[in-house]
Design a protein around this ligand. Structure first.
Ligand SMILES: NC(=O)c1ccc[n+]([C@@H]2O[C@H](COP(=O)([O-])OP(=O)(O)OC[C@H]3O[C@@H](n4cnc5c(N)ncnc54)[C@H](O)[C@@H]3O)[C@@H](O)[C@H]2O)c1
Length: 373
Protein backbone atom coordinates (compact mmCIF):
# COMPACT_ATOMS: atom_id res chain seq x y z
CA UNK A 1 0.00 0.00 0.00
CA UNK A 2 1.26 3.44 -0.82
CA UNK A 3 1.31 5.59 2.31
CA UNK A 4 1.49 8.90 0.51
CA UNK A 5 -1.33 9.38 -1.96
CA UNK A 6 0.78 10.76 -4.79
CA UNK A 7 4.46 10.07 -5.37
CA UNK A 8 6.87 12.95 -4.83
CA UNK A 9 8.47 13.83 -8.15
CA UNK A 10 11.97 14.99 -8.97
CA UNK A 11 11.22 17.13 -12.02
CA UNK A 12 14.02 16.98 -14.56
CA UNK A 13 12.19 16.85 -17.88
CA UNK A 14 12.67 13.49 -19.57
CA UNK A 15 14.79 12.34 -16.63
CA UNK A 16 12.06 13.05 -14.06
CA UNK A 17 11.38 10.25 -11.58
CA UNK A 18 9.02 9.47 -8.72
CA UNK A 19 9.75 8.80 -5.07
CA UNK A 20 7.26 6.32 -3.60
CA UNK A 21 6.68 5.99 0.12
CA UNK A 22 5.14 2.67 1.02
CA UNK A 23 4.86 0.00 3.70
CA UNK A 24 5.82 -2.96 1.52
CA UNK A 25 7.47 -3.81 -1.80
CA UNK A 26 4.25 -5.20 -3.24
CA UNK A 27 3.66 -2.16 -5.45
CA UNK A 28 7.24 -2.03 -6.71
CA UNK A 29 6.73 -4.24 -9.82
CA UNK A 30 3.72 -2.17 -10.89
CA UNK A 31 5.67 1.05 -10.53
CA UNK A 32 8.57 -0.43 -12.51
CA UNK A 33 6.33 -1.71 -15.28
CA UNK A 34 5.88 1.72 -16.85
CA UNK A 35 9.64 2.22 -17.27
CA UNK A 36 10.25 -0.24 -20.16
CA UNK A 37 13.05 -2.05 -18.38
CA UNK A 38 14.52 -5.46 -19.27
CA UNK A 39 13.33 -7.39 -16.19
CA UNK A 40 16.93 -8.55 -15.68
CA UNK A 41 17.86 -7.18 -12.30
CA UNK A 42 21.13 -7.10 -10.35
CA UNK A 43 20.62 -6.33 -6.69
CA UNK A 44 23.61 -4.60 -5.12
CA UNK A 45 23.44 -5.05 -1.37
CA UNK A 46 25.07 -6.36 1.80
CA UNK A 47 24.78 -10.12 2.50
CA UNK A 48 23.12 -9.58 5.91
CA UNK A 49 20.53 -7.21 4.50
CA UNK A 50 19.79 -9.38 1.54
CA UNK A 51 19.37 -12.48 3.70
CA UNK A 52 16.99 -10.68 6.01
CA UNK A 53 14.82 -9.08 3.34
CA UNK A 54 15.23 -11.38 0.34
CA UNK A 55 11.68 -12.65 0.43
CA UNK A 56 10.06 -9.22 1.02
CA UNK A 57 11.99 -7.65 -1.85
CA UNK A 58 12.69 -10.37 -4.36
CA UNK A 59 9.34 -12.16 -3.98
CA UNK A 60 7.13 -9.48 -5.57
CA UNK A 61 9.65 -8.90 -8.36
CA UNK A 62 10.09 -12.60 -9.20
CA UNK A 63 6.32 -13.09 -9.13
CA UNK A 64 6.17 -10.43 -11.83
CA UNK A 65 8.67 -12.06 -14.15
CA UNK A 66 11.92 -10.49 -13.01
CA UNK A 67 15.12 -12.54 -13.11
CA UNK A 68 17.32 -11.39 -10.28
CA UNK A 69 20.98 -11.81 -9.38
CA UNK A 70 22.81 -10.44 -6.40
CA UNK A 71 26.05 -8.53 -6.14
CA UNK A 72 27.14 -8.44 -2.51
CA UNK A 73 29.54 -5.98 -0.94
CA UNK A 74 30.81 -5.72 2.65
CA UNK A 75 29.11 -3.33 5.08
CA UNK A 76 31.43 -0.38 5.40
CA UNK A 77 32.17 3.03 3.98
CA UNK A 78 35.35 1.43 2.62
CA UNK A 79 33.15 -0.42 0.10
CA UNK A 80 32.58 2.94 -1.57
CA UNK A 81 35.86 2.59 -3.43
CA UNK A 82 37.16 2.46 -6.99
CA UNK A 83 38.30 -1.11 -6.34
CA UNK A 84 34.75 -2.18 -5.42
CA UNK A 85 33.26 -0.30 -8.38
CA UNK A 86 35.67 -2.15 -10.64
CA UNK A 87 34.74 -5.50 -9.07
CA UNK A 88 31.06 -4.83 -9.70
CA UNK A 89 31.52 -3.64 -13.29
CA UNK A 90 33.62 -6.71 -14.04
CA UNK A 91 30.99 -8.99 -12.53
CA UNK A 92 28.32 -7.28 -14.61
CA UNK A 93 30.32 -7.52 -17.80
CA UNK A 94 30.69 -11.30 -17.30
CA UNK A 95 27.12 -11.95 -16.24
CA UNK A 96 24.98 -9.40 -18.06
CA UNK A 97 25.91 -9.96 -21.68
CA UNK A 98 22.51 -10.39 -23.28
CA UNK A 99 20.39 -7.63 -21.80
CA UNK A 100 20.56 -4.11 -20.53
CA UNK A 101 20.72 -4.94 -16.83
CA UNK A 102 18.83 -2.94 -14.24
CA UNK A 103 20.71 -2.26 -11.03
CA UNK A 104 18.79 -2.21 -7.76
CA UNK A 105 20.63 -0.34 -5.00
CA UNK A 106 19.28 -2.12 -1.92
CA UNK A 107 20.91 -0.64 1.16
CA UNK A 108 21.98 2.58 2.78
CA UNK A 109 23.89 5.49 1.31
CA UNK A 110 27.03 3.42 0.76
CA UNK A 111 25.18 1.00 -1.51
CA UNK A 112 23.22 3.80 -3.21
CA UNK A 113 26.30 5.89 -4.01
CA UNK A 114 28.33 2.88 -5.15
CA UNK A 115 25.63 1.15 -7.21
CA UNK A 116 24.59 4.47 -8.76
CA UNK A 117 28.19 5.11 -9.77
CA UNK A 118 28.52 1.65 -11.31
CA UNK A 119 25.23 2.21 -13.17
CA UNK A 120 26.56 5.54 -14.46
CA UNK A 121 29.81 4.15 -15.87
CA UNK A 122 28.92 0.60 -16.94
CA UNK A 123 28.29 0.64 -20.71
CA UNK A 124 28.15 4.43 -20.38
CA UNK A 125 25.03 4.20 -18.30
CA UNK A 126 22.42 1.58 -17.43
CA UNK A 127 19.17 2.15 -15.54
CA UNK A 128 19.16 1.88 -11.77
CA UNK A 129 16.56 1.99 -9.03
CA UNK A 130 17.11 3.22 -5.49
CA UNK A 131 15.65 0.98 -2.77
CA UNK A 132 17.03 2.76 0.28
CA UNK A 133 16.98 0.87 3.58
CA UNK A 134 18.38 3.42 6.04
CA UNK A 135 16.62 6.53 7.24
CA UNK A 136 19.48 8.62 5.92
CA UNK A 137 19.26 7.07 2.48
CA UNK A 138 15.46 7.35 2.29
CA UNK A 139 15.45 11.06 3.10
CA UNK A 140 18.63 12.08 1.38
CA UNK A 141 21.23 10.01 -0.41
CA UNK A 142 18.89 8.00 -2.66
CA UNK A 143 17.48 11.20 -4.14
CA UNK A 144 19.27 13.56 -6.48
CA UNK A 145 21.68 11.42 -8.45
CA UNK A 146 24.93 12.31 -6.70
CA UNK A 147 26.79 9.04 -7.07
CA UNK A 148 30.40 8.19 -6.50
CA UNK A 149 33.14 6.64 -4.45
CA UNK A 150 35.71 7.88 -1.94
CA UNK A 151 39.45 8.17 -2.31
CA UNK A 152 41.48 7.27 0.79
CA UNK A 153 42.07 10.93 1.63
CA UNK A 154 38.75 12.52 0.70
CA UNK A 155 35.10 11.65 0.45
CA UNK A 156 33.08 11.37 -2.77
CA UNK A 157 36.00 12.69 -4.81
CA UNK A 158 35.27 10.45 -7.81
CA UNK A 159 31.71 10.58 -9.04
CA UNK A 160 29.09 12.16 -11.20
CA UNK A 161 25.45 13.11 -11.42
CA UNK A 162 23.36 10.19 -12.60
CA UNK A 163 19.69 10.04 -11.73
CA UNK A 164 17.85 6.83 -10.79
CA UNK A 165 14.71 5.82 -12.66
CA UNK A 166 12.73 5.50 -9.47
CA UNK A 167 13.15 5.72 -5.69
CA UNK A 168 11.04 3.40 -3.56
CA UNK A 169 10.98 3.96 0.21
CA UNK A 170 9.63 1.02 2.20
CA UNK A 171 9.21 2.51 5.68
CA UNK A 172 8.71 -0.83 7.43
CA UNK A 173 12.22 -1.92 6.57
CA UNK A 174 13.60 0.81 8.81
CA UNK A 175 12.33 -0.97 11.93
CA UNK A 176 15.43 -3.19 11.97
CA UNK A 177 17.76 -0.17 11.88
CA UNK A 178 20.10 0.05 14.87
CA UNK A 179 19.51 3.09 17.09
CA UNK A 180 22.73 4.76 15.98
CA UNK A 181 21.64 4.64 12.33
CA UNK A 182 18.29 6.19 13.23
CA UNK A 183 20.10 9.03 14.96
CA UNK A 184 22.35 9.40 11.96
CA UNK A 185 19.38 9.74 9.59
CA UNK A 186 17.76 12.19 11.94
CA UNK A 187 20.77 14.49 11.56
CA UNK A 188 19.93 14.95 7.86
CA UNK A 189 16.29 15.60 8.74
CA UNK A 190 17.34 18.25 11.28
CA UNK A 191 19.40 19.71 8.43
CA UNK A 192 16.29 20.04 6.24
CA UNK A 193 14.54 21.86 9.08
CA UNK A 194 17.39 24.34 9.36
CA UNK A 195 17.86 24.99 5.66
CA UNK A 196 14.24 25.07 4.53
CA UNK A 197 11.47 24.24 6.96
CA UNK A 198 10.95 25.75 10.41
CA UNK A 199 7.78 23.67 10.77
CA UNK A 200 9.70 20.44 10.31
CA UNK A 201 12.28 21.66 12.83
CA UNK A 202 9.56 22.42 15.41
CA UNK A 203 7.97 19.04 14.70
CA UNK A 204 11.28 17.33 15.51
CA UNK A 205 11.63 19.36 18.71
CA UNK A 206 8.12 18.36 19.77
CA UNK A 207 8.08 14.72 18.66
CA UNK A 208 11.71 13.66 18.91
CA UNK A 209 11.01 10.43 20.80
CA UNK A 210 8.36 9.31 18.29
CA UNK A 211 10.74 10.17 15.45
CA UNK A 212 13.61 8.16 16.89
CA UNK A 213 11.39 5.21 17.74
CA UNK A 214 10.09 5.36 14.15
CA UNK A 215 6.48 5.67 15.24
CA UNK A 216 4.42 5.34 12.06
CA UNK A 217 2.89 8.82 11.77
CA UNK A 218 6.02 10.69 12.82
CA UNK A 219 8.12 8.59 10.46
CA UNK A 220 5.81 9.13 7.53
CA UNK A 221 5.68 12.88 8.10
CA UNK A 222 9.42 13.41 8.45
CA UNK A 223 10.34 11.13 5.54
CA UNK A 224 7.73 12.64 3.19
CA UNK A 225 8.63 16.21 4.14
CA UNK A 226 12.37 15.59 3.77
CA UNK A 227 11.94 13.84 0.40
CA UNK A 228 9.77 16.73 -0.82
CA UNK A 229 12.41 19.30 0.17
CA UNK A 230 15.21 17.35 -1.47
CA UNK A 231 13.13 16.72 -4.62
CA UNK A 232 12.32 20.41 -4.91
CA UNK A 233 15.95 21.48 -4.50
CA UNK A 234 17.23 18.92 -7.02
CA UNK A 235 14.48 19.84 -9.49
CA UNK A 236 15.57 23.47 -9.40
CA UNK A 237 19.35 23.02 -9.22
CA UNK A 238 20.32 19.50 -10.25
CA UNK A 239 24.03 20.19 -10.67
CA UNK A 240 24.65 22.72 -7.96
CA UNK A 241 24.95 25.51 -10.50
CA UNK A 242 23.30 28.07 -8.26
CA UNK A 243 23.74 28.06 -4.49
CA UNK A 244 20.44 26.27 -3.95
CA UNK A 245 21.67 22.66 -3.99
CA UNK A 246 24.69 23.75 -1.98
CA UNK A 247 22.25 24.49 0.87
CA UNK A 248 21.99 20.73 1.30
CA UNK A 249 25.64 20.80 2.34
CA UNK A 250 24.86 22.56 5.62
CA UNK A 251 27.09 20.86 8.19
CA UNK A 252 28.99 18.95 5.51
CA UNK A 253 32.02 21.27 5.14
CA UNK A 254 33.41 20.24 8.49
CA UNK A 255 31.43 16.96 8.57
CA UNK A 256 33.13 15.52 5.49
CA UNK A 257 36.53 16.67 6.74
CA UNK A 258 35.95 14.90 10.06
CA UNK A 259 34.97 11.71 8.29
CA UNK A 260 37.99 11.78 5.98
CA UNK A 261 40.39 12.72 8.80
CA UNK A 262 39.25 9.68 10.77
CA UNK A 263 39.17 7.37 7.73
CA UNK A 264 35.36 7.13 7.80
CA UNK A 265 35.52 4.86 10.84
CA UNK A 266 34.92 7.06 13.81
CA UNK A 267 31.54 8.64 13.16
CA UNK A 268 28.53 7.79 11.03
CA UNK A 269 27.85 10.33 8.29
CA UNK A 270 25.01 11.85 10.32
CA UNK A 271 27.15 12.15 13.45
CA UNK A 272 29.88 13.95 11.54
CA UNK A 273 27.46 16.41 9.99
CA UNK A 274 25.79 16.97 13.38
CA UNK A 275 29.14 18.30 14.63
CA UNK A 276 29.51 20.20 11.34
CA UNK A 277 26.07 21.81 11.74
CA UNK A 278 26.93 23.00 15.26
CA UNK A 279 30.24 24.45 14.08
CA UNK A 280 28.68 26.17 11.04
CA UNK A 281 25.88 27.62 13.18
CA UNK A 282 28.48 28.82 15.68
CA UNK A 283 30.39 30.56 12.87
CA UNK A 284 27.10 32.17 11.91
CA UNK A 285 26.61 33.47 15.46
CA UNK A 286 30.17 34.81 15.49
CA UNK A 287 29.48 36.69 12.25
CA UNK A 288 26.23 38.00 13.76
CA UNK A 289 24.20 36.28 11.04
CA UNK A 290 22.30 33.97 13.40
CA UNK A 291 20.66 34.77 16.73
CA UNK A 292 22.29 32.90 19.63
CA UNK A 293 18.83 31.53 20.58
CA UNK A 294 18.52 29.72 17.20
CA UNK A 295 21.99 28.26 17.66
CA UNK A 296 20.95 27.00 21.11
CA UNK A 297 17.78 25.39 19.68
CA UNK A 298 19.85 23.55 17.08
CA UNK A 299 22.55 22.41 19.53
CA UNK A 300 19.90 21.27 21.99
CA UNK A 301 17.97 19.26 19.39
CA UNK A 302 21.19 17.60 18.24
CA UNK A 303 22.12 16.76 21.83
CA UNK A 304 18.62 15.45 22.61
CA UNK A 305 18.83 13.21 19.54
CA UNK A 306 21.95 11.66 21.08
CA UNK A 307 24.17 13.06 18.34
CA UNK A 308 27.59 14.57 19.06
CA UNK A 309 28.08 18.34 19.04
CA UNK A 310 31.90 18.40 19.26
CA UNK A 311 34.66 16.20 17.86
CA UNK A 312 36.70 14.64 20.65
CA UNK A 313 40.25 13.39 20.08
CA UNK A 314 40.89 14.40 16.52
CA UNK A 315 44.08 15.53 14.88
CA UNK A 316 43.43 19.17 13.90
CA UNK A 317 46.00 19.04 11.14
CA UNK A 318 44.31 16.08 9.45
CA UNK A 319 40.92 17.78 9.65
CA UNK A 320 42.25 21.02 8.13
CA UNK A 321 43.97 19.06 5.39
CA UNK A 322 40.76 17.20 4.61
CA UNK A 323 38.87 20.52 4.52
CA UNK A 324 41.16 21.59 1.70
CA UNK A 325 40.56 18.45 -0.34
CA UNK A 326 36.83 18.87 -0.10
CA UNK A 327 34.87 19.79 -3.22
CA UNK A 328 33.32 22.64 -1.30
CA UNK A 329 36.79 24.24 -1.09
CA UNK A 330 36.46 26.88 -3.79
CA UNK A 331 39.11 29.40 -4.85
CA UNK A 332 41.41 28.17 -2.09
CA UNK A 333 38.83 28.76 0.61
CA UNK A 334 36.31 26.47 2.28
CA UNK A 335 32.73 27.11 1.35
CA UNK A 336 30.39 27.38 4.31
CA UNK A 337 26.63 27.04 4.44
CA UNK A 338 25.58 29.30 7.29
CA UNK A 339 22.13 29.55 8.84
CA UNK A 340 20.62 33.00 9.28
CA UNK A 341 17.59 31.64 11.13
CA UNK A 342 15.88 28.26 11.52
CA UNK A 343 14.62 27.71 7.97
CA UNK A 344 17.12 29.80 6.01
CA UNK A 345 20.81 29.54 5.07
CA UNK A 346 23.35 31.42 2.95
CA UNK A 347 26.44 30.11 1.17
CA UNK A 348 29.74 31.94 1.53
CA UNK A 349 33.49 31.60 1.12
CA UNK A 350 34.04 34.82 3.01
CA UNK A 351 34.49 33.61 6.52
CA UNK A 352 37.62 35.19 8.00
CA UNK A 353 40.30 32.64 8.86
CA UNK A 354 40.45 33.81 12.44
CA UNK A 355 36.74 33.11 12.92
CA UNK A 356 37.11 29.62 11.45
CA UNK A 357 40.13 28.95 13.68
CA UNK A 358 38.40 30.23 16.78
CA UNK A 359 35.28 28.18 16.17
CA UNK A 360 37.11 25.03 15.12
CA UNK A 361 39.23 25.28 18.28
CA UNK A 362 35.95 24.86 20.17
CA UNK A 363 34.71 21.93 18.11
CA UNK A 364 37.91 19.94 17.61
CA UNK A 365 38.74 19.01 21.15
CA UNK A 366 42.32 17.67 21.26
CA UNK A 367 45.56 17.81 19.32
CA UNK A 368 47.35 20.98 18.43
CA UNK A 369 45.65 23.56 16.20
CA UNK A 370 48.02 24.18 13.34
CA UNK A 371 48.00 27.02 10.82
CA UNK A 372 46.20 26.77 7.51
CA UNK A 373 48.29 26.85 4.38
N1 LIG B 1 24.53 10.80 -2.64
C1 LIG B 1 24.14 11.65 -1.74
O1 LIG B 1 23.48 12.66 -2.05
C2 LIG B 1 24.48 11.41 -0.30
C3 LIG B 1 23.86 12.17 0.71
C4 LIG B 1 24.14 11.86 2.04
C5 LIG B 1 25.00 10.81 2.35
N2 LIG B 1 25.57 10.10 1.34
C6 LIG B 1 26.47 8.98 1.64
O2 LIG B 1 25.73 7.98 2.32
C7 LIG B 1 26.64 7.17 3.07
C8 LIG B 1 26.05 6.91 4.45
O3 LIG B 1 24.86 6.21 4.27
P1 LIG B 1 24.13 5.46 5.49
O4 LIG B 1 24.13 6.35 6.66
O5 LIG B 1 22.87 4.93 4.97
O6 LIG B 1 25.19 4.32 5.88
P2 LIG B 1 25.41 2.82 5.32
O7 LIG B 1 25.00 2.68 3.94
O8 LIG B 1 26.82 2.50 5.67
O9 LIG B 1 24.43 1.96 6.24
C9 LIG B 1 24.65 1.93 7.61
C10 LIG B 1 24.55 0.51 8.19
O10 LIG B 1 23.17 0.16 8.31
C11 LIG B 1 22.96 -1.15 7.81
N3 LIG B 1 21.59 -1.22 7.34
C12 LIG B 1 21.10 -0.68 6.21
N4 LIG B 1 19.77 -0.85 6.16
C13 LIG B 1 19.42 -1.52 7.27
C14 LIG B 1 18.19 -1.99 7.80
N5 LIG B 1 17.03 -1.73 7.18
N6 LIG B 1 18.20 -2.67 8.96
C15 LIG B 1 19.34 -2.90 9.62
N7 LIG B 1 20.55 -2.46 9.19
C16 LIG B 1 20.58 -1.78 8.03
C17 LIG B 1 23.99 -1.29 6.72
O11 LIG B 1 24.21 -2.61 6.42
C18 LIG B 1 25.19 -0.58 7.34
O12 LIG B 1 25.89 -1.45 8.18
C19 LIG B 1 27.94 7.92 3.11
O13 LIG B 1 28.84 7.31 2.24
C20 LIG B 1 27.57 9.30 2.59
O14 LIG B 1 28.63 9.94 1.94
C21 LIG B 1 25.32 10.37 0.04
Amino acid sequence: MSLVAKPIVVSLGLRSYPIFISDSYKQLPTQLSSLSLSKQGWVVSHPRLLRRYARALLGPLQDNGWTLHSLCVPESESSKSLAMARRLTEALSHQARMHVPVLFAFGGGVIGDLAGFVAAVFRRGIPYVQLPTTLLAQVDSAIGGKVGVDLPFAKNLVGCFYQPRLVYNHLGILQSLPWRQRQSGLAEIIKYGVIADPRLFSFLEKHLEECLSLQAQALQFMVARSCAIKAQVVSRDEREVSDLRAHLNFGHTLGHALEAATHYRRWTHGEAIAIGMCAAAHISVQLKLLPESDFQRLAQLIRRAGLPTVAENVDHRCVLQALEYDKKFIHGRPRWVLPTRIGKVVVTENVPDKVVRRVLANYLRTGKMRGRK
